[in-house]
Structures are given as C-alpha cells and as structure tokens.
Design a binder for this molecule. Structure first.
Ligand code: 5AD
Length: 358
C-alpha cells in the first residue's frame, strides 16, 4: 500500500533546513522553538503533499525518539450525550432535537469499565456533554469509586465545571483532563460558542493546569472563517500552556447543525497541524483523534505515522455509542463489530505500522 501521496518537486524558495525531516526533528528536540513565521512558511501551500510527507517524517522521528514504538491506548466511555451548550458545529448541541438522548447511570458505567478492562484497557476516559444531572458531587463519587475499585488511570472530559469541582475531582483520583480550546481565535470562538468566550475557556485550562492536571487542549482544523495564522496560534497556545495532551482533528459538518453546509476541514492540512503539534510539543500525548481517523478512513495507517502516540477507541456500550453523534462518521470510526475486542483490533493495527500497544 502507498502510505504517502507521491512527492512532487518543490518550487518554493525557502530555507532548506526548514524542509528537511531530520533537521526539523532535531530542531524540535533541541530548539530553539519554531517561530510563527517558520510555521506559516511550512503551511504556505496547505494541500502540498510533499510538505506533508516532510512534516510527517519529522514528527514520526520525534515520536519515536520520545515514546519509542509504543502506542498508548485509552478506552473512552461516553456516558451522557445530554448537553446544555449550543456549539454551532456539534451534533450534541442542545438545539438538535433529532438526537436520541441518553444518560448512563453508575451501574452501567461500572459495567462499561469492567468490559473495557476485560478487553485489555488499563486507562479509561470518561466523556460526556455538559449534563447538569451529573452534578460535580455525583462525579466525585463516581471517580473515587472507579479509581478505588478498578485501579485504572482515569481521564475526565466532561466540559467546564466550577473551579472547586476540579480540585475535588483530582482529590478523588482523576489526574488528567481533556478540554479542547477548539480555536484560539477569540472572534471565531465567540461565533461558535453562544454565550461564552475564548477567555473563559483559557481560564479553565490554566486552572486545570495549575491544579496539577495533565491538561489536554486541542482544536478543530478547517472551521469556517479560520485562518492559517490562527491555526499556528493554536499550536503556540498549547505550547505556552505546556499541554500534556493535545487533540487535533478536522472539522466535519453535521447535518443537524447551523454549519451543515460549511466546507469540511482539509484532511491534509489537519495532518500537517498534527505533525506541527508534535514538532512543537515533543513530549505531549497526541492522539490520532477519531475525527482524523474518519477523515483518513481510506488510508488508516497514515495518521499513525505523523506524530500521534495515542489512540482512544470507543468502549461505550454499543446501544448508546450510536447516539454519541458529534459529527458524521463518528459512531462508526473503529472498524470493528460490536462484539469484537477493540483493544485486540488496535494491537493488530499498531503491528501493521511497527508499533506495539501499551
Ligand atoms: N467536527 C469535528 N469535531 C467536532 N467536535 C464536535 N463537533 C465536531 C465536528 N462537527 C469535537 C470538538 C469537541 C470534541 C468532543 O469533539 O472539538 O471538543
């Protein structure tokens, strides 16, 4: 199989060391930090497959240097798709009336954790919409119970909570928190997120960070009105935050949202942003996000060879999983049958590109 699109000769007059995989990887590991201008130069022709090839090779070299050939698996349980927010891009937005809503209870979540453990997972992500019925007190009890009962490494991804709840959740045993910043362009952020602002999101992320959480921001690539410059700012934002994790995926328009007719994010540009994120944050846990894998369904090895060291397979019970419909393709992203072991599936996928799962 041809993994990379074929290279074409470069015409741009640009400093050579910026377009050489080994030099890029060395620069990423030894510094100095990439400047905004350098990153914009690398993105000048967003669809150029040759530059994609160079960035991917560099990012893969860095991930091999930092993480060896290990692919980290985290099973994600999406325990409620009920959300108080109305984000313009998201299928779970409050205004979407054409979605079956569900909320798993404690017993169902414990059963889902046990099922994931039986498959082989030792790291679990609990994700949900911003569901008021999962009050922080209840979340705290859930986290404490899961951590003490099962001894799994637990990551939370449940949106914005009162700052004091973050502290109690950490006391209960959650040490990792995913909260994408979505876009670092304040105007675009405000347009996409009614009633809130990028400043609020930044404050939540810095609070999580200061409490000691391994913090995971991230952005969508190809949002309507997003510029290349703001994408570079996204990377710089995550670098300044010293993010321990970073989720980068393409925007995929959802038919039940106001952005239904918007153009989808470019898969090639998204992959370049993933690679650039790796080059700027060499030690960050970087997943091949679900949306990225959906965008590269026909070339599934490619995302794994551009810098990511993590995959987060969906281990939500099949009956609910189909309703966690963030964007088209999402609920069928792992190409396994419901009965099949998705951990074993990723062991095989990893082996095909010379990686071993942990
Ligand atoms: N396309 C791509 N990603 C999306 N997300 C939500 N809706 C979409 C969409 N239409 C992402 C957001 C959110 C994460 C859970 O899913 O970045 O933080």
């Amino acid at each position: 199989m041809t993994v990379f699109p074929s290279a074409k000769p470069s015409s741009a007059a640009v400093p050579n060391e910026l377009f050489d995989p080994k030099a890029l990887a060395h620069r990423a590991l030894a510094g100095p930090p990439f400047t905004k201008e350098e990153m914009l130069a690398l993105l000048r022709d967003p669809e150029d497959p040759e530059v994609l090839h160079i960035l991917c090779r560099a990012a893969h070299l860095v991930r091999l240097k930092v993480f060896g050939n290990v692919l980290v698996l985290r099973g994600i349980i999406e325990f409620s798709n009920i959300c108080r927010n109305d984000c313009l891009y998201c299928g779970l937005r409050r205004s979407n009336r054409n979605l079956v809503r569900y909320r798993m209870d404690e017993e169902e979540i414990f059963a889902a954790v046990e099922r994931a453990i039986r498959m082989g997972f030792r790291r679990i992500v609990l994700q949900s919409g911003e569901d008021g019925a999962w009050h922080p007190d209840r979340l705290v009890r859930l986290v404490r119970e899961i951590v003490t009962r099962y001894g799994v490494v637990l990551t939370l991804s449940v949106g914005e909570l009162p700052f004091e709840a973050y502290r109690r959740l950490m006391d209960a045993g959650a040490y990792r928190y995913l909260m994408r910043h979505e876009t670092s362009d304040p105007e675009l952020y405000a347009r996409l997120h009614p009633g809130t602002s990028f400043g609020v999101r930044r404050e939540h992320l810095y609070t999580l960070k200061s409490l000691g959480y391994a913090t995971g921001p991230g952005m969508m690539v190809g949002l309507p009105g997003q510029t290349l410059e703001s994408l570079v700012d996204d990377v710089i934002f995550m670098r300044e935050l010293r993010a321990e994790m970073a989720g980068v995926g393409p925007f995929i328009p959802h038919p039940e949202t106001p952005l239904r007719d918007a153009a989808p994010g470019s898969p090639i540009l998204t992959l370049k942003m993933v690679a650039l994120t790796r080059l700027n944050l060499p030690e960050t846990h970087l997943p091949a996000t679900t949306a990225l894998r959906v965008a590269f369904r026909d070339n599934p090895h490619l995302p794994l060879l551009c810098g990511p060291n993590v995959v987060m397979p969906d281990v939500t019970p099949p009956r609910w999983k189909v309703h966690y419909d963030l964007y088209p393709g999402k609920t069928k992203a792992d190409l396994v049958d419901d009965g099949e072991n998705v951990y074993a599936y990723w062991e095989r996928q990893a082996a095909e590109v010379g990686l071993v799962v942990d």
